[in-house]
Design a protein around this ligand. Structure first.
Ligand code: HEM
Length: 399
């Protein structure tokens, strides 16, 4: 007999391992089609899975009673404090109001010339090589430089900063807390010096994010020095790995589907829509977690205080009830903008307009210079679970 928990079939699917590329999507689809709600028992606390588009959307709207006390259903105990993620209710709204001004569409548009220029420089540096590991050499370097520019820090620090952040991510994923702490200490020292410098020499807070954080008041209270450093670290953690991963999946698709690539080369005005369709088809943050604060009947699912809920972002984006032929890449899909790769509700991705800009600029500038490329023959493509990412993508092209 099938096991159940509060009426939900129990799933044992482990979403944390390494796997052949795209295998996680197959596992997610299979779970979604098994039943509307499941209970997954692969973590100590277990979690109730919301998997269909309408349920996941509705789940993001339960923010008054489902909080980010758990941010990831797969890692309910992750200790790293993050801001604004860890806040809920009014304190969250107030901090988002301060940060939003730097991530709003108009502010991001002002970054476009700089985003283009940096992207062109990086592509030109490697174009004559005829090959690169796209993920390790390009897809992480570009968002790192953009992140420094966003914070008003020198892009020339990019190489050094990348070394620390790579070391930090690598150690976190390898479960090596000692090395992670050491790498984090270098990063925090760098942020600490930048914030201290802005305290001494404030710039225009309308233009400079760190100066704005230094002068900001929430209910007449300043943000503490540690809170400002936490915000900087959060932006790094939230913005670099995600953009690198998105680029990895997108370039794999384009290398393997020459007709889709040629369509973008022939008509670059399709690129903004293609970016949305890629985000729908290849969501990397494939779930968000929440912790239930009071008992509730959610569309027939009985949840109790302390339960962990899984909001299945990728399952919603690939739900055939919402998106026709969900496994197909279709730039002209009429509801392409309704994907939820950036989540929903008040915690919806702060950096989504920046991410969109970065992806658009890379697709435009790369294909202008390197319109044809392929994956190096013999490469075995794999992905990491928890939050999808490809360790490597070796590309080659004619020079
Ligand atoms: C393709 C790239 C990206 C994807 C797919 C992505 C996805 C997401 C998702 C799904 C969430 C919601 C998590 C939840 O509800 O618990 C989120 C939140 C967030 N993202 Fe992104 N993100 C991307 C890029 C970025 C960038 C570039 C930045 C900033 C530099 C950023 C900063 C944040 C922050 C600060 C939050 C927390 C917002 C809050 O709790 O109020 N993200 N992101």
């Amino acid at each position: 007999m099938t096991q159940t928990r509060r009426g939900c079939p129990v799933s044992h699917t482990d979403y944390t391992g390494h796997a052949p590329l795209h295998q996680h999507y197959a596992m997610l689809d299979a779970d979604r089609e098994q039943d509307r709600f499941l209970f997954n028992d692969t973590t100590d606390r277990g979690f109730f899975m919301l998997q269909r588009y309408d349920d996941v959307q509705a789940g993001f709207q339960q923010h008054e009673t489902w909080t980010t006390a758990v941010r990831s259903a797969l890692r309910p105990e992750t200790g790293e404090p993050l801001l604004p993620q860890d806040l809920n209710g009014q304190p969250h709204v107030k901090l988002r109001r301060i940060l939003n001004q730097f991530f709003a569409p108009a502010a991001v548009r002002r970054m476009e010339p700089m985003a283009q220029q940096r992207c062109i420089e990086l592509i030109e540096e490697m174009k004559d090589q005829g090959e690169c590991d796209f993920v390790q050499e390009f897809a992480i370097r570009y968002p790192t430089d953009m992140f420094l520019a966003l914070l008003g820090l020198p892009v020339s620090d990019g190489e050094q900063f990348l070394e620390w952040s790579d070391d930090y991510f690598g150690a976190l994923l390898a479960g090596d807390p000692g090395r992670a702490e050491a790498a984090k200490a270098s990063i925090m020292k760098y942020f600490d010096e930048a914030v201290t410098e802005r305290r001494a020499n404030p710039r225009d807070p309308k233009e400079d994010m760190v100066s704005r954080l230094v002068e900001a008041r929430i209910d007449e209270e300043e943000l503490t020095h540690d809170e400002i450093l936490t915000i900087c670290l959060t932006l790094m953690l939230a913005g670099l790995d995600t953009t690198r991963s998105a680029l990895g999946y997108i370039y794999t698709h384009l290398a393997q589907n020459p007709a889709d690539r040629q369509a973008l080369v022939d008509d670059p005005t399709l690129i903004p829509k293609a970016v949305e369709e890629f985000l729908r088809l290849y969501p990397l943050v494939f779930q968000a977690g929440r912790e239930v604060q009071e008992p509730q009947d959610f569309n027939g699912l009985q949840v109790e205080k302390g339960d962990v809920v899984w909001l299945g972002i990728a399952q919603a984006n690939r739900d055939p009830r919402k998106f026709e032929n969900p496994d197909e890449f279709d730039v002209l899909r009429p509801n392409v903008n309704q994907h939820i790769a950036f989540g929903g509700g008040p915690h919806r991705c702060l950096g989504m307009h920046l991410a969109r800009l970065e992806l658009k600029v890379v697709l435009e500038e790369w294909h202008r210079r390197i319109p044809e490329y392929r994956i190096k023959p013999g490469t075995e493509l794999t992905e990491r679970g928890v939050q999808l990412s490809m360790p490597t993508l070796p590309l080659e092209w004619e020079v």
